[in-house]
Ligand binder design. Structure first.
Ligand code: EPU
Length: 344
């Protein structure tokens, strides 16, 4: 197995933050996972493509970067089953499916990151979440050194959340994600922007539109280092929402099944006057206020301070707390550090 010591993570995180790990492991086969030293895995962070990770300090923890690849397709009368290894690129998997007549994931085109990271935060866009199509997940458990299968229900998928981000964080590695994609395709085109697609609606047309919408709003990390949505869209109670709506009648909202209201963090940040705001090499994107850009290779600590400033401004104006969507990783600590509020 490839192992490196005192290794720079600058090229392995899309915010382009400088950080050094004392040791990084690149397992490429299932057998190699058992060779990971027990004493070290307990303190390690599992890194995918680094598109949702902020290394808060110069000294990063031990890193495991699972490097298993491969995609297998089987089918039944009703469904295609796709088994994809964790290090496959997410967008390439979406393209592979759509180009092979396997539909369902097209709304999730162009989301940065790896297949293995997708279920951790239950990536979602344009009305679809990845958990909707996951049948089961194969997981390498550090404690028992065994492979365990988790059903979709076991995964506890919720908005940008799953058991892998909570109880199982740091306890093992997602090795394969198994999708079930029904042959009876149903378009999901109710999201703003997708409803104007010409008839007949095809998966290819949805994918093209999603890609166009994303490219118009979301900056390419290689040009402008960023991690997509930096904050989650906050959930508030109906009562609190009524107070906000009275004061701000145009506030966007999405009613949730449990009765809560989801607000648009980008709108809150924009209304707080921060869209396009830029200071000391870090800024808020001009076209989508949820995206924070590290223009000048600033440190993780500086990004944390900038993000805290954004949180404070939104809190002061709306009395709403913004939780980061990006995972905050401290120095030696196993878990995400709580430097910017809860991660729930
Ligand atoms: N809005 C503003 N100003 C902004 C941004 C948004 O007023 O700067 C308003 C929009 O006008 C709209 C509402 O906020 O009324 C929602 O905006 P948008 O449709 O752009 O989506 P979002 O809620 O800002 C979420 C996801 C994105 C995903 C889009 C599309 C989160 C945290 N973000 O953004 O996910 O692409 O919906 O489905 O849920 C990501 O996770 O990295 C990501 C980009």
């Amino acid at each position: 197995m490839k192992i490196r010591t005192n290794f720079s993570l600058k090229a392995l995180n899309s915010l382009n933050v400088s950080a050094i790990t004392p040791e990084i492991f690149f397992p490429t086969k299932l057998e190699e996972l058992s060779e990971l030293p027990q004493s070290k895995v307990a303190k390690s962070y599992i890194l995918g493509e680094g598109s949702n990770t902020l290394f808060c300090q110069k000294n990063a923890p031990i890193i495991i970067k699972p490097s298993l690849v491969g995609i297998e397709v089987t089918e039944s009368d009703e469904c295609f089953q796709i088994s994809a290894a964790c290090a496959e690129n997410w967008h390439d998997l979406v393209l592979f499916c759509v180009n092979n007549g396997i539909y369902g994931l097209e709304n999730l085109a162009l989301i940065p990151g790896s297949v293995g990271a997708a279920p951790v935060q239950n990536i979602g866009a344009y009305g679809v979440e990845v958990g909707d199509f996951i049948e089961r997940i194969t997981w390498f458990d550090f404690a028992s050194k065994a492979l365990i299968d988790f059903s979709k229900a076991d995964c506890q998928f919720a908005y940008r959340n799953s058991i892998f981000k909570q109880a199982l964080s740091g306890k093992g590695i997602i090795t394969h994600v198994h999708f079930s994609l029904p042959k009876a395709w149903q378009a999901v085109n109710s999201y703003q922007g997708l409803s104007e697609i010409d008839l007949p609606i095809t998966p290819q047309a949805i994918m093209a539109k999603v890609m166009q919408l994303r490219q118009a709003k979301l900056p390419e990390p290689k040009q402008l280092p960023n991690a997509g949505s930096f904050f989650k869209n906050p959930l508030v109670s109906v009562d609190f929402f009524a107070i906000l709506q009275e004061k701000y009648p145009t506030i966007p909202f999405y009613k949730q099944a449990n009765g809560e209201m989801k607000l648009a963090a980008g709108w809150l940040i924009e209304q707080a006057g921060l869209k396009g705001f830029r200071e000391a090499g870090i800024g808020i994107h001009e076209k989508q206020a949820l995206v924070l850009i590290n223009y000048q290779g600033k440190s993780g600590q500086e990004i944390v301070a900038f993000a805290r400033f954004i949180q404070e401004k939104v809190q002061a104006k709306f009395n709403v707390h913004l939780d980061p969507e990006v995972r905050f990783i401290g120095g030696d600590e196993l878990n995400d550090i709580a430097c910017l509020g809860s991660q729930k």
